[in-house]
Design a protein around this ligand. Structure first.
Ligand code: FE
Length: 280
């Protein structure tokens, strides 16, 4: 069985977004679409007072994508143009399908120890679903299946491991999203569709992707080559987010918080925003 080898190792860049939030960004929307169907991967981590008080992401639009927020510590308060509001806490997930348009605000909050730690992934929508009605799937930590098997500890957010299915369903990109911890001297194995895009974001410890391969240490994103099986070896323990998805193989036109298929559709999004017809 073909094992997925390392295609590229990416060190996240520090970027400032929203109202001055410092992020570690590993993937950003680009026409080359190397991570198809994924567009962006951000790690927001703060440890007050080292990084200062947190501002957040005041009201902004999205069209044509899905944004996925997963918290490890601290929380994110959100509200939107459809009248939804709520707070995502540690271990909770929010999978937001922006479709034709949404305006929302995302405000990370520290926990009692002053910590915020979480991730945001952007998943593309295929051409025929870019203008669907916006939708949310919000899942509380206690509803996310935890699977423990031979030194692997998995929180299954989306996709399937053996007979267990994650709570996030009906996503066009057919995603697998796992929060994975490996004990010392353990090996994790997961089958994937050979042609799917797979990456691992290592945020604690280190691991390798073949038995005698180089050890990749946190904090790093590893893009894997095509292949049937993902194998992760850890000598000293590791924590990572493992993501896979089926590419749409369509051209993309990214522009800030919008990702459409053509420039014309971007112009339309900006026009709708100007004319007040963006949210219907
Ligand atoms: Fe947003």
């Amino acid at each position: 069985m073909s094992i997925r080898t390392i295609r590229q190792i990416i060190q996240p860049k520090i970027v400032i977004e929203g109202a001055g939030v410092r992020l570690r960004r590993s993937i950003s929307p680009n026409r080359t679409n190397l991570f198809d169907p994924f567009l962006l991967f951000d790690h927001f981590i703060f440890d007050y007072p080292i990084e200062g008080p947190i501002s957040g992401f005041p009201m902004h639009p999205h069209r044509g994508i899905e944004t996925v927020t997963y918290m490890l510590s601290g929380s994110t308060h959100h509200r939107d143009s459809l009248g939804n509001s709520g707070t995502i806490g540690p271990g909770d997930i929010q999978w937001m399908t922006s479709g034709r348009g949404i305006l929302h605000e995302e405000m990370p909050r520290q926990d009692n120890n002053g910590r915020v730690n979480g991730f945001q992934l952007w998943v593309n929508l295929p051409k025929e679903r870019k203008m669907v009605k916006p939708q949310y799937q919000e899942v509380a930590s206690e509803s996310i299946p935890q699977i423990d098997y031979l030194g692997s500890h998995m929180k299954l957010i989306a996709g399937k491991i053996k007979n267990t299915e994650g709570p996030i369903t009906d996503i066009s990109a057919n995603p697998l999203y796992i929060d994975l911890s490996l004990d010392n001297h353990s090996v994790f194995t997961q089958n994937t569709n050979s042609e799917d895009t797979v990456f691992a974001y290592i945020f604690e410890g280190g691991c390798s992707f073949s038995e005698y391969g180089e050890t990749v240490q946190a904090t790093t994103l590893v893009h894997l080559n095509k292949g049937k099986q993902v194998k992760i070896f850890s000598n000293t323990g590791v924590r990572l987010i493992l993501v896979s998805g089926t590419p749409f193989c369509e051209p993309i036109a990214p522009y800030g918080p919008f990702v459409m298929n053509t420039q014309e559709e971007i112009r339309q999004a900006l026009k709708d925003l100007r004319e007040g017809t963006f949210v219907r």
